[in-house]
Design a protein around this ligand. Structure first.
Ligand code: NAD
Ligand code: ZN
Length: 344
């Protein structure tokens, strides 16, 4: 078991506990929370939830991450009399965490909340860092707040029921963390790729703990994404475009996006060819594909529509070496030319 404390410059504190079982929620959480979960997680683990005032279930999938779902949850909270002492506990993957965090952050101008993250992506990424929110008008995560959960519990035993494709989404973010911030963590993943995929308890706990430390470190220095936090978008510029156009999973798209970003790094920051090859090999070892075939014109079009665009350029994350990243503003034209040249 390990415990990581995230202190932000704004004075909030969030405690992330890795490797303890769901039953520890009884100790971490105030009594009788309102639980927000999804139908699948409830079916699998509802019998292990702590005693609660109310269990609110949402559906599964990105389509439920909307203001309509949020409104429905506000309505149910209102049935409890608009009580500001309510504690909201989100138990689920990234979608539950994002929705529950947003509902808690906005209902009555803010209720306290915590999470039990149940997917590898939520344990290594989505539950940590205090970003929450929902999709709007076809754009992902358009409406939301920055607000830290009191605690996050990561019970890695729950990952045993997770489909392989969902695990792969987590492995893409784990690879990303090694690339941008920690070569030793990258080495560890290289050496333990098979054990990680087999969910070896010791390896998976070390990976979740390492990822949480990397992300919490970045967020503690730049909670509001004014600078360094942008580095967590490594692989995501091309990744989001590929996800949209090719309709592949987030992890598959980010994996191919990281390989593209590594190749662009070789051209712009002098990332060594052997490091590009290591990233490609690790992506493959984690069961992800290094290249996604997609309609090239539509990918370029999606890049231009990136919501993080600043005028005619994008803040793009490049690697100097494995474990060291930098953010550069790159003209959209150059990104498009690069993409067309490497995929042509
Ligand atoms: N807030 C952030 O900083 C941040 C960061 C990254 C991603 N996200 C968001 O996270 C979301 C994706 O999260 P996700 O990948 O966890 O997807 P998800 O929440 O949709 O979960 C994936 C699927 O796995 C099921 N599931 C959950 N736990 C399970 C378990 N233990 N066993 C079996 N099935 C289980 C869910 O019911 C769901 O069907 C996206 O909406 C993304 O925008 C947020
Ligand atoms: Zn991601």
């Amino acid at each position: 078991m390990s415990c990581i404390v995230l202190n932000t410059k704004g004075g909030s504190k969030s405690t992330i506990v890795v490797g303890e079982s769901l039953e520890s929620l009884g100790r971490l959480c105030p009594s009788n929370p309102v639980i927000i979960t999804d139908s699948k997680v409830f079916e699998l683990y509802g019998s292990r939830f702590p005693a609660s005032l109310m269990v609110l279930k949402i559906g599964q999938g990105e389509a439920v991450k909307t203001l309509e779902t949020v409104q429905g949850l506000y309505g149910r909270l209102l049935e409890l009399g608009g009580d500001r002492s309510i504690f909201v506990l989100g138990i689920g993957g990234g979608i539950v965490c994002d929705v529950a965090g947003f509902v808690a952050s906005t209902f009555l101008r803010g209720l306290k909340f915590g999470f039990a993250a149940t997917t590898l992506l939520a344990q290594t990424d989505a539950s940590v860092g205090g970003k929450n929110g929902v999709n709007f008008a076809g754009y992902k995560n358009m409406v939301g707040t920055f607000n830290q959960p009191e605690f996050v519990l990561c019970d890695t035993g729950l990952l045993a029921t997770l489909p392989k494709s969902e695990l792969a989404n987590g492995f893409a973010e784990i690879t990303k963390h090694g690339c941008i911030a920690d070569e030793a963590y990258f080495d560890f993943l290289e050496q333990n790729a098979s054990k990680a995929k087999d969910l070896d308890q010791e390896v998976i706990n070390a990976l979740v703990e390492g990822s949480v430390k990397i992300k919490a470190g970045v967020v503690s220095r730049d909670e509001l994404e004014k600078g360094e936090r942008t580095k967590l978008n490594f692989g995501h510029t091309f990744g989001h475009a590929l996800e949209k156009v090719a309709g592949v999973s987030h992890g598959q798209a980010v994996a191919a996006g990281m390989v593209l970003a590594a190749k662009l790094s070789a051209a712009r920051t002098g990332l060594a060819g052997k490091d590009v090859a290591r990233i490609e090999n690790l992506v493959c070892a984690m069961g992800l594909a290094p290249v996604i075939n997609a309609d090239r014109g539509r990918v370029v079009d999606a890049l231009v529509k990136d919501k993080k665009r600043f005028g005619q350029s994008l803040r793009f994350v490049l690697l100097k070496k494995i474990g060291r990243s930098t953010v550069e503003e790159i003209p959209l034209d150059e990104l498009a030319d690069f993409y067309l040249s490497v995929t042509g």
